[in-house]
Design a protein around this ligand. Structure first.
Ligand code: VGL
Ligand code: ZN
Length: 196
């Protein structure tokens, strides 16, 4: 068997989630950041494909509390809060892939699929096709947040047929409810993902 071709998927390492002043700050993000940066270095040194996802919402979307959704306004397209964390920007290189999700008002939890919050319609982003066409068979997922976008991305990657590893120390959860993060990791593992 050929060696599996790996890609590193870094989910939503953005100011609104990762900076204590961000509108949807994830408490464990600062601790996860150095682990993510180490994974980036490792992937870089092995010449692996690196994918950065960004939550990229319109100003008004059913995803946000003022429009009846769950979340405070965050990661509005083009706003400072939607930028990747400065450490992530420094770690980016030309040739890395950037996937922006939620652009048309979808929830966009997964980097692989978009869900219309009103109709429930789900459609794919370009990511699975891009990874398949690059020969990728194994994806390592890290970033924010474990219980939402990391979980949705990892589960979709499994459904799309990839071998999936989640680098737990390089993730952090929102914990809307206590235990959400542990439950998400459990769900990923039950679906066939490997926690590492
Ligand atoms: C996320 C909540 C809302 C995430 C995105 O990146 O996990 N969580 N939008
Ligand atoms: Zn969002």
């Amino acid at each position: 068997m050929a060696k599996p071709q790996r890609a590193l998927l870094i989910v939503d390492l953005q100011v609104d989630f990762g900076d204590p002043a961000g509108s949807l700050f994830v408490a464990g993000a600062p601790a996860a950041l150095p682990h993510v940066l180490r994974l980036v270095e490792r992937a870089r040194s092995h010449g692996e494909l690196i994918v950065w996802s960004q939550d990229w919402h319109p100003e008004s979307t059913p995803h946000f509390a003022p429009q009846g959704g769950t979340w405070p306004v965050h990661c509005v397209a083009g706003s400072p809060g939607a930028e990747l964390l400065p450490e992530a920007v420094l770690a980016q290189r030309p040739g890395d892939v950037v996937i922006r999700k939620g652009v048309a008002g979808e929830d966009g939890y997964s980097a692989f699929s978009l869900r219309n919050p009103i109709t429930g319609e789900v459609r794919s982003t370009e990511l699975a096709a891009l990874l398949h066409s690059s020969g990728v068979t194994l994806v390592t997922v890290c970033g924010l947040a474990t219980d939402w976008c990391v979980k949705a991305t990892a589960l979709d990657a499994l459904t799309a047929g990839f071998t999936v590893e989640v680098a737990v120390a390089a993730t952090a959860g929102v914990e809307l409810r206590d235990g959400d993060t542990a439950a998400a990791l459990q769900e990923i593992e039950s679906a066939g993902g490997v926690l590492c």
